[in-house]
Design a protein around this ligand. Structure first.
Ligand SMILES: [Fe+2]
Ligand SMILES: [Fe+2]
Length: 268
């Protein structure tokens, strides 16, 4: 089994499609991942399954690769069970999760926004630009900057998981730019398309960070590094205008009210 643990997951799945089905059952979405360059052993490590669960998963993968049962399944050294009562984060990572909450409130509004607002009109484009301002200031300059310039620097830049997260940020920026250009061209349909694509991309991205990446990072950061991160996040936040944060929060609250007032439920 050891040689398969070192292999790229996409190669394993293309040769043994049953492995992809097994990973999907465990909600490990390698079949849908565009990169798919992680090694099997990294995938098992990053998802932090409790030891017996990990051994069961590896046993099934071994059988999918070699149905005659010729592969020896390694014993898991993992003691930790998945935490009960929700995920627990260190204070700096908890702060990023809290920032995700505000971003998710905006993302939740996008389908109703594009369905209920004429993005080709001046008024509609003005509202949409408010949303773009929030994305650029809060999601990108405030939140993604802390990830890219501080948090991710604590990990190997060559890790696939870090590269995949950075690629999502880049693709998100491309949708924002394209949406802005579409608004300028009064092309409401194209703007709507990019808003919806951004929503889909960032919703998945945040889910991966909250449920997989940040817990894995927390498991790999020392106490000293957690303290450093906390201080560096404070310094980064201090450089950000408090009025701008308040303005960003007001954009989301304002849009929630507006869509509610238009007779569209604000609750997802
Ligand atoms: Fe991110
Ligand atoms: Fe994030």
């Amino acid at each position: 089994m050891d040689r398969y643990l070192e292999q790229n997951i996409k190669d394993i799945i293309s040769k043994y499609p049953g492995v992809g089905d097994i990973l999907n059952e465990y909600k490990i979405g390698c079949t849908a991942c565009a990169a798919g360059t992680c090694r099997l052993k990294d995938i098992v490590e990053i998802h932090n399954l409790p030891g017996p669960e990990e051994e069961k998963l590896m046993g099934r993968i071994a059988l999918a690769i070699s149905p005659e049962g010729g592969l020896r399944v390694p014993k898991s050294s993992r003691k930790a069970a998945a935490p009960s009562g929700g995920l627990k984060y260190s204070p700096p990572l908890k702060r990023l999760v809290d920032e995700h909450a505000l971003i998710k409130r905006l993302l939740a509004l996008i389908p109703r926004f594009v369905a209920g607002v004429d993005l080709g009109s001046e008024e509609g484009a003005g509202l949409a630009r408010g949303g773009l301002k929030f994305i650029r200031a809060y999601a990108d300059r405030y939140h993604h900057a802390k990830e890219e310039e501080i948090l991710f620097k604590y990990f190997d830049a060559e890790l696939d998981v870090i590269k995949a997260m950075l690629r999502d940020h880049v693709n998100g920026r491309a949708h924002v730019k394209a949406a802005e250009e579409a608004l300028a061209a009064k092309d409401g349909a194209a703007a709507a398309e990019h808003f919806l694509a951004y929503r889909e991309l960032l919703t998945e991205h945040i889910k991966k960070e909250d449920e997989i990446l940040y817990p894995w990072m927390d498991r790999n950061l020392s106490l000293k590094q957690v303290g450093e991160l906390f201080n560096k996040f404070n310094e980064a936040d201090e450089k950000f205008e408090p009025a701008l944060i308040a303005e960003c929060e007001a954009v989301v609250t304002g849009l929630e009210k507006l869509l509610g007032a238009a007779g569209i439920s604000v609750k997802a």
